[in-house]
Ligand binder design. Structure first.
Ligand code: NDP
Length: 478
């Protein structure tokens, strides 16, 4: 037994992680259900480092040093269960099974419970950064036991991206914590992308700029607070011309955004927890709306009235700055909501997730890597139990500075029929969360009216009910 770690599942993610491990000096055992992928990896990249390839699971496991560590990179779902089951026939208690696929966190919780009862360590880990990240350094979010992390962590930290010498990998928490944090990362990614798309749409519609001109604006924005991978690639995509038609590339791509499910999972979990993640939810629904082809055709056929006002943009540069500020403020709200969700799930499951550490490991390798994540880490370093990210001193002033721009952008968008669901819902959240009085009082009164659901009063303690159908007298409930 010579291998430090084994990788089973050698499609694009598995083979790139295996190569990354080998390039970092680890001896890597290789296995894939069908031999062809293993052979292809050895053929093309066998010289990247030390590999020990096996056709059978038994030989694969036998090639591993104890405690054996196996990284599973197969299709999420039933395939993962099948591979785990087969591996456990050959592994021993104390060995570490790592699932680096995009598992849904309840599956990870279930698998961890089952495997820990059988003496194995099970680590469900989020891996972000796509195939390039897997090869050159992803952000890695492992959940599981501390004991497993002691063995596995140093390897994962070494192959992860590094920012300022700090690895983009840290222990997240027990059982499903790692996959949960990765899921919310993806949800935030949805919100970030939707906000960028709305900013682009506004600039295009209001100012009549070409895609390439807007690309230049994004390139400029990428030198300031908004500096991030997503802003950078937006500039590149907008500058790209379709070779076949000579048109802007973005104009030849069909306007229907697809999704694989992590945004939906994030919203479903937020609904279960009762956490308002309006930015992520609107972003997920905006993709769904874009793909609602029969509904969009029916709406267009019905020639629904636009009743738009016409743009009033006396100062082009001021408008661009308004959009930039609105984008930054909305982005801060989306992240604030995502971190709220992580805190709520952490409390619900007893994970004790360090939100500042999550922001720190998202600075590199992953899709939402961005300069401003440092600010989030700093905010949670100032107060680990911060109840609301936008209440932190830096973010409070960042959002407050943008609020006039935000209102101008959202109202102009509404007047001109440009859908900005993520901008508008983030602003509504901002106004809702900072409001001294919410109309929820009326809702609670209605609930008491039709369902005797009771209410609290602002002026005294206790639970009350009004006899609506009788004399409207008030009774104090237990
Ligand atoms: P795929 O999700 O396309 O999965 C293909 C791999 O799964 C192949 O190695 C295949 O083996 C194996 N497999 C499928 N079914 C079974 C089964 N029943 N038993 C054993 N092996 C099986 O590969 P990717 O590399 O794209 O992704 C791997 C994992 O990483 C997935 O969970 C994915 O969600 C996740 N992920 C992907 C990212 C990406 O950017 N692609 C980013 C982050 C995570 P065979 O060759 O024999 O068919």
């Amino acid at each position: 037994a010579v291998a430090d770690i084994g990788v089973t599942g050698l499609a694009v993610m598995g083979s790139n992680l295996a190569r990354n491990l080998a390039r970092n000096g680890y001896t890597v055992a290789l296995h894939n259900r069908s031999w062809s992928k293993t052979a292809a990896l050895l053929e093309a990249h066998g010289s990247d480092g030390e590999f020990v390839a096996s056709e059978s699971v038994a030989d694969f496991v036998a090639s591993l040093k104890r405690p054996r560590t196996v990284l599973i990179m197969v299709k999420a779902g039933a395939a993962t269960d099948a591979v785990i089951e087969e591996l456990t026939q050959h592994l021993e208690p104390g060995d570490i099974i790592v699932d680096g696929g995009n598992a849904h966190f309840p599956d990870t919780i279930r698998r961890e419970k089952d495997l820990s009862a059988r003496g194995f360590h099970f680590v469900g880990t989020g891996v972000s950064g796509g195939e390039e990240g897997a090869l050159n350094g992803p952000a890695i979010m492992p959940g599981g036991t501390r004991e497993a992390y002691d063995t596995l962590g140093p390897m994962l930290e070494k192959i992860s991206a590094h920012v300022d010498g700090v690895p983009c990998c840290t222990y997240i928490g027990p059982d499903g914590a790692g996959h949960y944090v990765k899921m919310v990362h993806n949800g935030i990614e949805y919100a970030d992308m939707q906000l960028i798309a709305e900013a682009y749409d506004l600039l295009r519609t209001a100012l009549g700029l070409s895609a390439a001109e807007i690309g230049e604006i994004f390139a400029d924005w990428n030198t300031g607070d908004l500096e991030s991978y997503l802003i950078e690639i937006t500039a590149t995509v907008l500058a790209h011309t379709d070779a076949e038609t000579g048109k802007a590339f973005v104009d030849v791509v069909a306007d229907q955004a697809e999704q694989k499910g992590t945004g939906r999972w994030t919203v479903q979990s937020a609904l279960d927890l009762g956490v308002p993640i309006t930015g992520i939810a609107e972003a997920t629904f905006a993709r769904a709306l874009s793909g609602s082809v029969p509904q969009r055709e029916a709406a267009r056929a019905a020639d629904l009235a636009a009743a738009t006002a016409g743009w009033d943009v006396p100062d082009r540069d001021a408008f661009i700055e308004d959009v930039r500020r609105a984008l930054y403020a909305s982005k801060v709200v989306a992240y604030s909501q995502g971190f709220d969700q992580i805190a709520a799930a952490s409390a619900e499951h007893g994970w004790d997730v360090d939100r500042g550490a999550c922001a720190r490991i998202w600075r590199g390798g992953c899709i939402i890597r961005a300069r401003f994540l440092n600010r989030i880490t700093e905010a949670y370093e100032r107060d680990a139990n911060l109840p609301l990210l936008i209440a932190d001193e830096y973010f409070a002033s960042a959002v407050s500075n943008g609020v006039e721009s935000w209102r101008r952008v959202v109202s102009q968008a509404a007047l001109n029929g440009v859908p900005v669901p993520a901008f508008a819902s983030s602003l509504a959240y901002y106004d809702g969360v900072r409001a001294e009085h919410l109309p929820a009082a009326l809702i609670q009164a209605q609930r008491d009216f039709f369902g005797a659901h009771t209410y609290h009063r602002v002026d005294k303690d206790g639970v009350f009910h009004t006899e609506w159908s009788a004399d409207r007298s008030e009774t104090q409930q237990s």
